[in-house]
Design a protein around this ligand. Structure first.
Ligand code: NAD
Ligand code: TDX
Length: 367
């Protein structure tokens, strides 16, 4: 499976992938895109179905007989070693998307972030290590490859320039610290046990099926309902925006071609301040700026993320979707899929929204 000398891809045709967190936003895009290619790839999704995951994100796969044949869904926690062991034993590769993914929730309640981001990753790595041992003993053909989906947030805020993969990690929120810890565990397994693993650090991702807690879908859906848009602080924080299909495609590219033990940045297509993102969304929706409210800032709010992508470019990957095209597609999708996002804004949503935004909106000012 690993053949650095010839540059041969790391996945055999018809490979069986275990995709953890595959019912979430980016994981489900990865699963839908890979299975829709109809190249024989088989995928088992292991997902806990937290508030952020939904089997409806994979309906396109489950309702297509040819794809459904190559797909299996298992509900469960990546921290459950008894469940994880046999699933990893049956896989050629593990792609780990599973995480608590929202910075604001990590500030309110950090513990779940550590359980999934640190202990969960440890459990997956132990299962991969066991299978590598079985491969070495001739009990299976090859060791499973492991890909850890990480984030630009591990670099912390970047005042100027662009982060390269060898820069130090300086996470500043509980979310980012849990992601950095997960990565460091992966690194330690590569060095100590020779585990065949790679790490990707993706930029701020947006697109269809993103949970409405995040900036772009929150502001689109609130604007559709003529509800206020809570902009943190001065709104001049800068993010580099990556369309979800490009993020999923880059992860697949690294899974196939990345060198074991290496980390790859996946930058986006445009670095812009939040204010400008909001302006573009309102233009696309035909809604007025007066909906935007300045609210109390996020504590420890990272001012800017920006990554250098030359290592991934050298591996042969190029993003395909511009920010303008991605935003147009995203606004269209949310307009046409109201039932999906209204359902995501149910359950604990009102309680979360009141906790996160109640006082902020009550004390908000004109933006
Ligand atoms: P998401 O919150 O939409 O999805 C996460 C999925 O993981 C959900 O389906 C959830 O049910 C599942 N999950 C959570 N805890 C689990 C556990 N213990 N066991 C099994 N499943 C569990 O997140 P996303 O935005 O799709 O992000 C996916 C990954 O990409 C995360 O690791 C995140 O840190 C990383 N990432 C996200 C972005 C972004 O902008 N969204 C950018 C870079 C990296
Ligand atoms: O209500 C809001 N108001 C606001 O001004 C929200 C939800 C966000 N913001 C700001 C904060 C950030 O500067 O918008 C920017 C984007 O915020 P989020 O959508 O919460 O994303 P961010 O905190 O940048 O993190 C995202 O990118 C990196 C993902 O949520 C992470 O999972 C990923 O690792």
């Amino acid at each position: 499976m690993t053949d650095h000398a010839t540059g041969a891809p790391h996945l055999r045709p018809g490979a069986h992938l275990l995709v953890t967190g595959g019912a979430g936003f980016i994981g489900s895009a990865f699963v839908r895109d890979m299975l829709a290619r109809r190249d024989g790839t088989r995928i088992t999704v292991l997902d806990k179905l937290t508030y952020a995951g939904s089997e409806s994100n994979l309906a396109a796969v489950a309702t297509d007989p040819e794809q459904a044949d190559r797909y299996r869904f298992v509900r469960g926690d990546i921290g459950d070693a008894e469940l994880v062991g046999p699933l990893v034993a049956a896989a050629d590769a593990v792609v780990n998307f599973a995480a608590e993914s929202h910075v604001d929730r990590s500030i309110l309640d950090p513990e779940a972030f550590l359980r999934t981001g640190v202990i969960g990753v440890h459990v997956l790595l132990e299962a991969v290590r066991r299978e590598a041992g079985r491969a070495a003993a001739g009990e299976r053909e090859t060791a499973p490859r492991y890909l850890q989906v990480s984030t630009d947030e591990v670099y912390g805020t970047v005042p100027d320039g662009h982060s390269v993969e060898t820069d130090g990690l300086a996470p500043r929120s509980p979310y980012a610290a849990a992601k950095a810890a997960g990565e460091l565990l992966v690194r330690s397994y590569c060095i100590t046990y020779g585990t065949d693993a790679v790490v990707t650090r993706g930029a701020n991702t947006y697109g269809p099926f993103q949970h409405p807690e995040k900036l772009i879908p929150l502001f689109i859906t609130n604007a559709i309902d003529d509800e206020p848009l809570p902009l943190y602080g001065d709104g001049m924080q800068r993010r580099d925006w990556l369309f979800v299909a490009d993020h999923a495609g880059a992860i697949e590219h690294v899974l196939r071609h990345g060198v074991a033990g290496e980390v790859y940045n996946i930058p986006g297509e445009l670095e812009v301040p939040n204010r400008e993102v909001v302006g573009r969304l309102l233009d696309a929706l035909g809604k007025p700026w007066s909906l935007v409210r300045t609210v109390e800032d996020r504590p420890g709010h990272d001012r800017r993320y920006a990554m250098d992508g030359s290592k991934l470019t050298a591996l042969g990957w190029r993003n395909r979707i511009s920010f303008d095209d991605g935003i147009a597609a995203t606004v269209d999708w949310f307009r046409s899929n109201e039932a999906w996002w209204r359902s995501a804004k149910s359950g604990d949503w009102d309680a979360y929204y009141a906790r996160q935004y109640g006082t902020r909106l009550a004390t908000s000012t004109e933006a």
